[in-house]
Ligand binder design. Sequence first.
Ligand SMILES: Cc1cc2nc3c(=O)[nH]c(=O)nc-3n(C[C@H](O)[C@H](O)[C@H](O)COP(=O)(O)O)c2cc1C
Length: 369
Amino acid sequence: MTTIQETALDQPLLRPAALGDLRLPNRVVMAPATRARAANDDLVPTEMHVAYYAQRAGAGLIVTEGTWVSERAIGFVGVPGIYSEAQVAAWRRVTGAVHALGGRIVLQLWHTGAASHPDNLGGERPAGPSAIDPGEKSFTATGFKPTVTPREMTAADIEATIEDHRTASANAHRAGFDGVEVHAIGPYLIPQFLNPRLNHRTDAYGGDRARRHRFLLEIIDAVAAPWDGRGAGVRLSPYWASGLFQADEETLADYDALVQELNDHPVAYLHLRGPNPAGDPDLDAFARYRRRFGGPLIVNGGFGRETGNAAIEAGVADAVSFARPFIANPDLVTRFALRRDLAEGDPATYYTGGAQGYVDYPASTWQDA
Ligand SMILES: Cc1cc2nc3c(=O)[nH]c(=O)nc-3n(C[C@H](O)[C@H](O)[C@H](O)COP(=O)(O)O)c2cc1C
């Protein structure tokens, strides 16, 4: 006799969950993935974006690709924005399609700061917390180029950047999104402020730990405002290692304090990227933050069906997000439910523009063995 627990459909990842006000029918979240398909001068999402996200509407929640909060935020080619009316109108078509198909979708807000390049900013020098080259690479129209020494942001720059985030969040609300997520991972603007190796400021936004955290916390408060207190998602990567980013004990202690501070701000959920996936994800690396943050937690980085189910079953997370698996498997939830094999994506088409490797991955059918 097969019990209900043994049937394919009873998997922790397939149980409903609440992330704040967001009701998810399953815990399989589509992680944000830059795909560089807004290959037009105005950085407006296209009909291909509508198809791409609509194909993935079965996700418990879609987090969009990182999206520019302003022209000053740009640091990669072909990435859409949310600062112009044309962009808002185009995103409304995306959210309309996802909602019509029963899905939920939040917009990820992105600013690259010192990790940009003059080629991406009309020849202007990028700005960051301090005049220190992060030693990263920026994707320009003529390929990846090394970053340069940025201009140190003035107090007015910081104020304007927080305002840009607030306006972008209000635009996302008008475009029909279910929420926004603050992109605070990798080597980009917000982690630059958090990082003592890149933030040598002596004003209210640099120096001790609390001052380095202030920029992010003010952005969280600003972007939550248009959502009637429902809060914003926040994506962090304490384990990130590249250039001047190191996941040493000091960094981890810093993030312990930061995650605890999030409890006092309007955070709808915390979305954590774990250590670089080599083998199965280390659940202890996430449990550290589960203990410190009282709200819903989404974990990410190298998960599959079995390890995702294990994370939910162990109580380490409320949901698991998948980036590369969703690129190649638009019907990822169905494939998990039916324990189907997953298709492998082609990294060569991640950022190439065009339909190939973007909207042409097939969904499986009942007839598939
Ligand atoms: C093509 C590609 C683009 C990505 N773009 C973003 C992005 O825009 N914002 C973000 O926070 N993370 C981005 N990531 C990181 C993923 O969200 C995720 O953290 C990473 O791929 C590990 O998860 P996975 O093992 O499920 O793929 C990107 C990853 C890939 C492969």
